[in-house]
Design a protein. Structure first.
Length: 288
């Protein structure tokens, strides 16, 4: 599927309701990672109904055991297009017998993309279709080309924060992918210079970032992006050694803590949505 306006051309697929291309007509640049499987085959997966890993890939609801892979199942399921125009589309994924086997809640997940000049607005909506409260986490995982232009290097780029940041940083246990219990207070200031050594222990996971605007910029040129978001509990950055991309990841929820008892309803960062209610969250990306 293609959405287009005078400044942007984007492509999406119903598999995972995933963005696959973001091309700026004004900059004449592709901003989204191309999904080269040599490094990472995905582009911008949706994380639902969990973010990160579960202990032993398992969790319990009312003493019943269920299993989910890292980041849940939405990224691997086909969505349905429920509405579309030339510059907007809404995808939908609803519960099924298949999902109930691994996730015992009735839900409807809608993902909307809207082009507004040189920006893309992405909105998530989770409806509780059950006769009881449902529990979930949700997150975004878009990967952007870095370097953005055909020349230059990853280390030419930096992340700029709107405010001086001193967030809590969580670290992953490399053996099991779970979060270590005690975060560290990290003084970032308003600039994080990118290099691959930053990601030697996997993603940078920050809690309660204060900036609503987080930018990717280069010391070599004026092209980049602004990631506009608020009210997300976590914000993570991720890449792989020598990979020409950087992920900006707003999360509601995160990987299990090492001390988890695996009770899903009390999982750290879990969202409780009572029956007949709707949860919404969004972010916007501006390209320049």
């Amino acid at each position: 599927m293609i959405l287009e306006n005078e400044q942007l051309h984007i492509e999406l697929k119903t598999a995972g309701a995933e963005l696959t291309k973001i091309y700026s007509k004004t900059a004449q640049l592709n901003y989204l990672w191309n999904g080269d499987a040599k490094f990472w085959k995905r582009h911008a997966p949706i994380l639902f109904p969990i973010v990160g890993k579960l202990k032993e890939h398992a969790y319990y609801v009312d003493s019943y055991k269920f299993n989910l892979p890292q980041h849940g199942f939405a990224r691997d399921y086909d969505f349905t297009v429920v509405s579309s125009t030339s510059n907007s589309v809404t995808f939908e994924l609803s519960f099924s017998e298949k999902t109930l086997e691994i996730y015992p809640y009735k839900f409807k997940l809608r993902v909307s993309y809207t082009l507004i000049e040189n920006t893309i607005k992405i909105e998530y909506q989770v409806n509780n279709e059950d006769d009881k409260a449902i529990y979930f986490s949700i997150g975004a995982h878009p990967a952007f080309s870095c370097p953005i232009t055909s020349d230059g290097a990853f280390s030419d780029y930096y992340v700029e924060f709107e405010k001086n940041e001193q967030p809590e940083q969580y670290f992953l246990n490399q053996e099991n992918g779970l979060r270590k219990v005690t975060p560290s207070k990290r003084s970032i200031g308003n600039k994080l210079d990118l290099n691959y050594d930053l990601f030697a222990d996997d993603a940078l996971i920050f809690k309660h970032i204060q900036s609503n605007k987080i930018s990717l910029k280069s010391i070599k040129h004026n092209h980049g992006l602004e990631f506009l978001s608020s009210d997300w509990e976590y914000f993570a950055f991720w890449t792989k050694k020598d990979a020409p991309f950087i992920c900006f990841e707003p999360w509601m929820g995160a990987a299990d803590l090492e001390t988890t008892d695996q009770d899903f309803t009390t999982k750290d960062g879990i969202i409780e949505l009572v029956k007949n209610n709707t949860f919404t969250q969004e972010y916007t990306i501006r390209f320049f």
